[in-house]
Ligand binder design. Structure first.
Ligand code: PXL
Length: 278
């Protein structure tokens, strides 16, 4: 069985980060190892969340894995809470990188042109540095703009603009970059990717649903990581990850009693399990 290590926080309530990555990757038939970076009572869109930093445990956990000769087919990082954590994760990449495994960095920092509470431009620059060692990075347009230090454009951009952003993102050092939340046509939303080795671009769009929810980026990145680890090529893995995210949003909208803070990805798990068989 393949084994993915995912490094991000536990937001106890909120349906993001580890509480999304663990069930999704497990449902894909992949062993999921976790390194929790912090424990929050909820994700940061709630008011008054608690935050316990786990930075001090991270190196010890990694060293123990090393002693036990535990390896990973992929390492997927999401929300990281401090500069120090980024540096620890960067060392961990060096410790656990092999010729065949995959490093996926989701530089979770913000959305809709704004950084999440607690982050600033300096943090975005340090996150950009972490992307150096990644095989694939999956920022949204906000995160890409902050990492590159350029103004955020919500819409009205051209294909050339997006392709230039992707080239600049791979110039940070990552082999492949995927921008999420890209739209050229009213009512359509999708992803645009670039492989710097083959100089190929990929894109995939679906209908834009009339609501937007928190944490859909974590659903997308977890699924993409799983699909790639199962051996799918990037374009196929992107389609699976986008389709499952859309399915999760549709299920959330269907549920008239849905929560405001995350999507009902759980109701779409049968779809995902079926989809990865095909
Ligand atoms: O979904 C991204 C995410 C992860 N972790 C925490 C967050 C968020 C988004 O708000 O607050 C703690």
């Amino acid at each position: 069985m393949k084994r993915i290590l995912t490094i991000q926080d536990i937001s106890c309530v909120g349906k993001c980060s580890l509480t999304v990555a663990l069930p999704i990757i497990s449902a894909m038939g992949i062993e999921t190892a976790v390194m929790p970076t912090a424990v929050l009572s909820t994700h940061t869109a709630f008011k008054g969340f608690t935050f316990r930093d786990l930075t001090d445990d991270m190196t010890q956990i990694a060293n123990h894995w090393n002693e036990q000769k535990i390896g990973f087919d992929a390492i997927y990082t999401g929300y990281l809470g401090s500069f120090e954590q980024i540096d620890i994760v960067s060392n961990l990449f060096k410790q656990f990188k092999t010729e065949n495994n995959l490093i996926i960095v989701d530089p979770v920092m913000g959305d809709n042109g704004k950084l999440y509470p607690g982050f600033d431009n300096a943090f975005a620059k340090r996150m950009a540095k972490l992307c150096e060692n990644a095989d694939i990075i999956v920022p949204n347009l906000t995160e890409a703009s902050f990492m590159l230090g350029i103004p955020y454009l919500a819409n009205g951009y051209t294909h050339e603009y997006i392709e230039d952003l992707l080239i600049k993102l791979t110039n940070l050092g990552a082999k492949k970059a995927v921008l999420t939340g890209v739209s050229f046509k009213h009512g359509e939303l999708g992803v645009y990717g670039y492989d710097s080795a083959t100089k190929e671009f990929f894109s995939y769009y679906r209908e834009q649903l009339p609501f937007s929810f928190h944490c859909t980026g974590d659903v997308f990145a977890s699924t993409l990581c799983g699909a790639l680890t199962l051996g799918n090529k990037l374009n196929k893995a992107l389609e699976i990850a986008v389709d499952y995210t859309v399915q999760s949003i549709s299920k959330t909208i269907e549920n008239t009693e849905h929560n405001w803070y995350g999507v009902d990805f759980e109701s779409a798990i049968p779809y995902l399990v079926n989809r990865i068989k095909g």
